[in-house]
Design a protein around this ligand. Sequence first.
Ligand SMILES: C[S@@+](CC[C@H](N)C(=O)[O-])C[C@H]1O[C@@H](n2cnc3c(N)ncnc32)[C@H](O)[C@@H]1O
Length: 287
Amino acid sequence: MHLSDFKKVFFEKLSDFYPETEVQSFYFLLTQHYLGKTRLDLALEPKYELSEEQREQFQKALLRLKKYEPVQHILEETEFYGLRFKVSKEVLIPRPETEELVSWILEDLASEEKSIRILDIGSGSGCIPVSLAKNLNTAEVHSWDVSEEALKIAIFNAKINNVNVDFQLKDIMKTVDLEQQYDLIVSNPPYVRNLEKKEMHSNVLDHEPELALYVDDEDALIFYRKISELAAKNLKTGGSLYFEINQYLGKETLRLVQGFGFEAELKKDIFGNDRMLKAIRINGGEL
Ligand SMILES: C[S@@+](CC[C@H](N)C(=O)[O-])C[C@H]1O[C@@H](n2cnc3c(N)ncnc32)[C@H](O)[C@@H]1O
């Protein structure tokens, strides 16, 4: 079968499920992954012939996409900050807004010369600590998660990207002290309220880990409160705390963090939503 014939079937079959631009992006991700061909290669080889095995791979992927399985689960990997990350049902698929958070941190640290100690809370796939470690040669990077399964994936991702990150199994909600002083603490904690579930697509609702995403409607900032409280004690004076935040709770999150004595600011993502927060510990002691 010619790839171009399969392409027609692929677009037709998925047209009732996804917008065309998304189908196009799936198609090129699959061709890159299964055939090692870029868009340009494909344009130059309009008569590319699929082997029986390749046709079966594409057919299986098509059926899974029709069940709204995320394409990253089908490929078992994704790209984040130019690096390759294994993903599975046990971890949140790294999001572009989290790349924006990593970019913000790295821009802020661009002129940093001393070696700094970083703690990431809620490792997931390890996308934040691994990309920070990869881009900050002298940093000492720690990352904690309550999920053993997530940590296995994060450790694997540190290995394939050739970086050292100290991953530990810890429940931040049960932590009373971070045990050492950090220059920088970062977290993308669970922040989606149940009331926001109706905005979400079934590829997220049915396929991504609840533990990574959801919080009670009544106390949506629970992780931000706990992490800010710990950071107020265990962040060095002048040290910084970075959060990815719920876009609908920017002002509330800002006030909460300021209440712990931090000088804080919000930052919008490329879509203009309040999505990130940076806080500097200005006081010398615990509140
Ligand atoms: C929103 S995900 C972020 C994952 C990853 N940092 C990213 O940006 O893709 C939140 C992570 O926090 C972890 N988590 C949830 N509750 C936790 C807790 N009490 N202590 C530590 N980690 C927790 C989840 O297992 C999940 O990996």
